[in-house]
Design a protein around this ligand. Sequence first.
Ligand code: SAM
Length: 319
Amino acid sequence: MQKPSNLLIKVARRLFNDEEEQTQFITALVDPQPFAPCILWCHEKPDISPFLLEQSTPWQPEFVDRLNINEKPGQHSLHQAGYFYCLDFSSVFAASALLAIQQPIPLIFDMCAAPGGKSIFAWKAFKPDLLISNEVIGKRLGMLISNLKRCQVQPICVVNRDPSIFADVFAQSSHLVIVDAPCTGQSLLAKGGKAPGCFHHTSINKSANRQKRIIANSAQVVSPQGYLLYMTCTYSPEENEQVCEWLLQKFPKFMSIKIEHLSKYQSHLTDINCYRMFPQQRLGAGAFTALFQNTEEGEVKDGQLETILAMNKYTNGII
Ligand code: SAM
């Protein structure tokens, strides 16, 4: 087993008071073990599963299955035919916060969409009148569009702009805005991947500042009474709880929403409703999630939907 770096040990100490938990967390990163694969059924789920299944968690939506560790769903013919999308179970954990929303969501805006997992989850959960999936990095658009096409997601409009554009042209117009923020990607280590410099304070600060910029622009797109979901796949508090606390200070009209089904995952690093999954819990590599509601009363603004549709890189099912 590799020796943990001092920076990793420091992070572990900040995250856990208990020494045994610190060790379990460090071990999960320096000696990564595979996680059970997971799929999201995009359309009708077959009555008899083509895969061996793991037991469901109580909060897992019926359109998600966690599979036996030996299954290779990406190689199954139903995958190519668009029946399901493969994703990490940590993504399901983070996106499951959306299941606390009890009102119709006609318009969803996914601000950081590629390769498409959270867009597809939200589309499946709400069946909106329109899903707008934005990906600012041009070279990541191809995989986003190909996943949305393969899974026959519609009505959909894919765009490719910096979030600041939408704060302007689409202010207060979307019932749900999803921010699955770019981050230092520390959880990649728990999957056996590499994330150079991910525990270095310079990378963490740079990432946190970018996250604040994205979430501030995204907050402006949320309609009165609408929702904002913030997620990352990293562990450092600066990129997670501290971004959420900053959001509430900067935009006091937002309140954080309690997610009953995730209560046992409540973060002890803040007083607001924030939830964390860790790799040593053995469900996935780890994630952070928090849901906010815009408490402002008033009409949902029309926004310049025409302007956004005119920016499209791909559309499907828009009349
Ligand atoms: N939501 C995706 C999913 O579920 O498949 C994963 C999103 S990934 C964690 C973060 C995304 O944010 C990346 O695709 C990245 O290109 C994009 N991104 C990077 N910089 C950004 C910025 N300044 N504004 C918005 N998105 C950005």
